[in-house]
Design a protein around this ligand. Sequence first.
Ligand code: PHE
Length: 350
Amino acid sequence: MSRSDSSPDALDHEQLRVVRGRRSGVVIAVAVHSTQAGPAIGGCRITSYSHWRDGLDDVVRLSRAMTEKAALAGLPHGGGKSVIMDADAVLDERDRLLVLEDLAEVITSLDGAYLTGPDIGSTPEDMEIIHGLTGGLAFCRPESGGGSGNSSTATARGVLAALDAAADHVFGTGADLRVGVIGYGSVGRLVADELAARGCAVTTGDLDGSRRAVAEAAGLTWSTEDLLGEEFDVLVPAAVGGLLSEERARTCRARLIVGPANNQLTHDGVGSTLHERGVTWVPDVVASAGGIIHAVCREELGLTEEETTRRITAIGATVTEILTDARESGTTPQTAARDLAARRRTAVPA
Ligand code: PHE
């Protein structure tokens, strides 16, 4: 198997560390997919898995996606990811500190090959702790501590740029859109509220029903139905990944799917199914890049907020390039994105 084999089953990573934290007893996996363009970057996910193999699958796939995400965003980084397998989802404050210390030890031992950031289940406050313990190997500490803070606003801005460009491509400019936003969490909420404020008809839903009142107050329709089966112009996956299986791709009723959830397809073939059915899917590696762009531009490249916003908004131009290329060459957006990532990777100064 060649090193560049990017099939989902290939272990094309530089490093995969799996340890049981000696302080916490919790299993931690850190994957460094690539450092070719620069240190691997990727968030720290703290979540429970029904099986440790699922956690390893997650870290292997998510870190690979980060390499593509960084390349498409033109950042001097490769991809990595860390996963803390909080078996019973019960980490209390003391255990949480121990597990962060354990993770910091792994990160330190990687000698700068991996830089972390927030992800599902982790916060800027956690990054502050890791930053302190590793001598600076974590992004998105709170602004009060000198970091770039919560990346949700930037991620949402990137999603909106991607959505606008893709909607222009699919429906033409200025169409009245019916939008379904799956997940009303930190990013989904910002995207849904902004679209509603612009006059789109937005329906949302979340496993956490306590979010309903806030959504309705923002003018959204709340639904407990499976939004994937409902009829929308645009569907925005903003909850956990793996939403689109082969079967669901065959029955989903949106014309355009674009959102921040990582790893939206259960496997690559699903992209072809969507394509054959005339559903335009914007790869999440493009749509979700606002967070890392913001963190890297502000904390590492020293760009102003204004210049950083320009780089985030440029996600729109990347989406247009990918969808145009896919249309002209008859490939899927996924393939077009992968090709563009390869071209941009070679263009990033090492
Ligand atoms: N969750 C972010 C992402 O997947 C991770 C991240 C944000 C990493 C900011 C570093 C800096 O893009």
